[in-house]
Design a protein around this ligand. Structure first.
Ligand SMILES: Cc1cc2nc3c(=O)[nH]c(=O)nc-3n(C[C@H](O)[C@H](O)[C@H](O)COP(=O)(O)O)c2cc1C
Length: 363
């Protein structure tokens, strides 16, 4: 059925402007939700930051920014869904065109700039499905013209803790000027102090809620040292590595590759894997990592787990491979387990991290 949907929908979606295509894909999944995917093999199940995931494959933030289709996505086989980024107040983001598909390179460039329907609208949708089950995290951000950006994150956590499985503090979008400055040591320490303080406060009525930090793949390693040190000291529950890159790897061929914005998809894979492995060796098992960036096959998914990811997330790969990619990754992970005589996908986490950090820096 998913294959049928992919085959029917993709030629149509490809003929449209990428942002219109994305809207249409959301509408299609809303109006004609797919039948449930088969229950997952038990060997794909994994427990990470206190939550039980049926499989380690999630959909990354940015696909369902406004929580319109989390349940359709879970039904189609994802182990978890990350909604958002959501800003406290609605905002329209940057002018269009702001989303570009690099067909030759299998990449995407976006400079959406946190277009968000705002926290109230998203909260209503999440509250309405709160009993539906499934792991739905929320990715929170700051409004572009917020006077106190940290207060925006605090508000996001307060608001969404009762209806979300976890919260991601996104300080790594390249499309809100100055946002990535929150990754600098003093600013990050202040942010995380206030974030963790509100997490403790809301836990008293909403129960414990894991807080993750999503970082950019463009950090210098000396800055990564600081970020990991502060995240450890402030006791975040995990990190997502990472967001889109503002760099342009050598070898891009698509003529749209010089568009401004964050690059994702296949060309991001080497840098994203490297930053994940660099983070893994610095974290020393104190908290788990979510790996995102460039996964578009079973092999790249397993590579991400071996580089240090306890969970993985995909977005751009879906644009080129369709929803069938999720089943393909599951089959590849299970084939790997059979081949190696392993019992659980968790056995692979970080096995290649040290080797990846010893390679030449990806160009
Ligand atoms: C169109 C688009 C919009 C995105 N929007 C967000 C966002 O709102 N918040 C966020 O944290 N990441 C966002 N991302 C980044 C993804 O969550 C992910 O980190 C990145 O794309 C790397 O994964 P991929 O190569 O599988 O796409 C967006 C990515 C794309 C392609």
């Amino acid at each position: 059925m998913i294959e049928f949907f992919d085959r029917l929908a993709r030629p149509l979606l490809y003929a449209l402007d990428p942002e219109d295509a994305h809207r249409l894909a959301i509408r299609m999944l809303q109006l004609a939700p797919l039948p449930s995917a088969r229950p997952d093999d038990r060997r794909l199940a994994t427990r990470v930051f206190g939550l039980n995931f049926p499989n380690p494959i999630g959909i990354a933030a940015g696909f369902d920014k406004h929580a319109e289709i989390p349940d359709a996505l879970i039904r189609s086989g994802f182990g978890f869904v990350e909604v958002g980024t959501v800003t406290p107040l609605p905002q329209s983001g940057n002018p269009r065109p702001r989303l570009f598909r690099l067909d030759t390179d299998h990449g995407v460039i976006n400079r959406l700039g946190f277009n968000s329907e705002g926290a109230d609208a998203v909260l209503r949708r999440l509250a309405a499905r709160a009993r539906a089950g499934g792991i739905v995290g929320i990715n929170v951000g700051a409004n572009k013209d917020a006077v106190d950006r940290v207060a925006d994150y605090v508000r996001g956590i307060e608001k969404f803790a009762p209806v979300a499985s976890y919260v991601t503090v996104n300080i790594s979008s390249p499309n809100t000027p100055g946002l990535r400055d929150l990754q600098q040591a003093t600013a990050l320490d202040d942010l995380l102090a206030r974030v963790i303080e509100v997490r403790e406060r809301v836990a008293r009525h909403a129960g414990p809620i894991p807080v993750l930090l999503k970082i950019a793949p463009d950090l210098a390693l000396s800055d990564l040292d600081d970020v990991v040190g502060i995240a450890r000291a402030r006791r975040v529950d995990g990190m997502i590595v990472g967001n889109t890159t503002v760099t342009r790897p050598a070898g891009l061929r698509d003529r749209q590759s010089s568009e401004a914005g964050g690059l994702s998809g296949r060309p991001l894979l080497p840098l994203a894997d490297r930053m994940l492995a660099e983070t893994y060796v610095r974290v020393e098992g104190v908290f788990p990592l979510v790996g995102a960036g460039g996964i578009d096959s079973g092999a790249s998914a397993l590579g991400k787990i071996r580089a240090g990811a306890s969970l993985i997330q995909i977005y751009s790969g879906l644009v080129f491979r369709g929803l069938g990619l999720v089943g393909e990754i599951k089959a590849a992970l299970l084939a790997g387990l059979e081949r190696d005589g392993s019992q659980n996908i968790a056995d692979y986490v970080g096995t290649d991290a040290a080797a990846v950090t010893a390679e030449a820096w990806p160009s």
